[in-house]
Write a protein that binds this ligand. Sequence first.
Ligand code: UN1
Length: 495
Amino acid sequence: MEVFKNYIGGKWVPSTSERTFESRNPAHWDEVLGVFPDSTEEDVQKAVEAAKEAFRQWSRMPAPKRGEILRKAGEILLARKKEIARVMTREIGKVLKEAEGDVQEAIDTAFYAAGETRRMFGYTTPSELPNKYALTFRTPVGIAGVITAWNFPIAVPAWKIFPALAAGNTVIFKPAPDASLTATYFVEVFEEAGLPPGVFNLVFGAGIAGKAIVEHPDIKIIAFTGGTETGKKIYESAGRRLKRVSLELGGKNPQIVMPSADLDLAVEGAVWGAYGTTGQRCTSTSRLILHEAIYDAFMERFKERVSRIRIGDGLDPEVEMGPVINKTQLEKDLMYVRIGQEEGARLTYGGKQLTEGPYAEGWFMEPTIFEDVTPDMRIFKEEIFGPVLSVIRVKSFEEAIEVANAVRYGLSSSIYTRDTVEAMRAVQELEAGITYVNAPTIGAESHLPFGGVKDTGNGAREGGWTVFDIFTEWKTVYIDFSGKLQKAQIDTWEE
Ligand code: UN1
């Protein structure tokens, strides 16, 4: 099988690496989608040279002109949505409807970023001296290194790349190895849209390339989505080089259900939040916090609904839950099932790998429920990134909030209640970057800030207008038309 090429300086070029890796279909492991280069420092260096060269022209192009190209890319994504979604389902296993949603999130981001090129407002403010103007502009930073996880192969890169380009930066993108093929489609879209060569470069890799991007002195921004431990290493290394860093890391997202909740709605929300994308979103619901008054009624309906989840190849429109991404992740999920049992939690649904019939060819796992989970357990605290849900019984609203906040992560959170005071208090008290009221923990929209508190990140917010704080520098301008030397803080104003 031919080895895919990197995309550098507007050309598909072979890597200098001898090493390769494969991307395979998690639902049919024998199906190899492509062989990709495990790129080297030299490849990254070439990408940096191309991105540096392209920056000169791209950063000077009027932002609305850049916006026209981004809008075109959005239109191409829209036209190719179904085709790209199918590739994504084959490559990472998420069900087709969700894959289409993934592409749609990128389309929304494209149009939002394109529109923003006609705003990207600065401030004008009075000067403390007469006949002097004070104003500010957002300016591009330079080259942005974008390193992403496999679970949103188009949406998450798009969150970073469209705004980075809108602001006039150039980009080097290193996708997750398991999502490499989908990344080539993403690049093709920009190529088709007429993006100038070198503005957007793609370097595949499974180790060295990511590190080379983080360490390269000419790459001024690192935007990373992935695990907290890797994020910390990146932050440290990039911090030493004074880079701007945006980190979207782990989660252990709670859904609280209070006695006044619409239980059917809360059940549907929990099923979607915990098992949508096979529990492999950083926003997935991994802790269900139930008030004791509705515990039994909720769990009965919930387990009945979970038992009807159709598992299989995401290309089948009837399927609701696809495979786990790969063997390593499946083993991790099963390891946590063992840990949960050893810790004394009660495994009340699932917990096993599916190996018979249509499942024999891929990495499938049952939706899994643990009850009697307590805050000291590892399955309560640690991000699993699979279809494993911990259920916790609480006696009061206060206890629900305390339990929800008793983890080191703080990405998404949710409460189901019809009590407005509880809803308002949850909005105020839940330690999370995102709180949903009467909706599951997943489903963030592209025009709002996305990110988390505590160990979920470093305070950066992608999505919406806040993403431009990552991808722009401020230029402050003073224009003195008094015709004399005016000394700020020293001269006083006299009529
Ligand atoms: C992620 O899992 O990295 O809110 C992103 C959501 C999606 C994005 C998830 N819109 O679930």
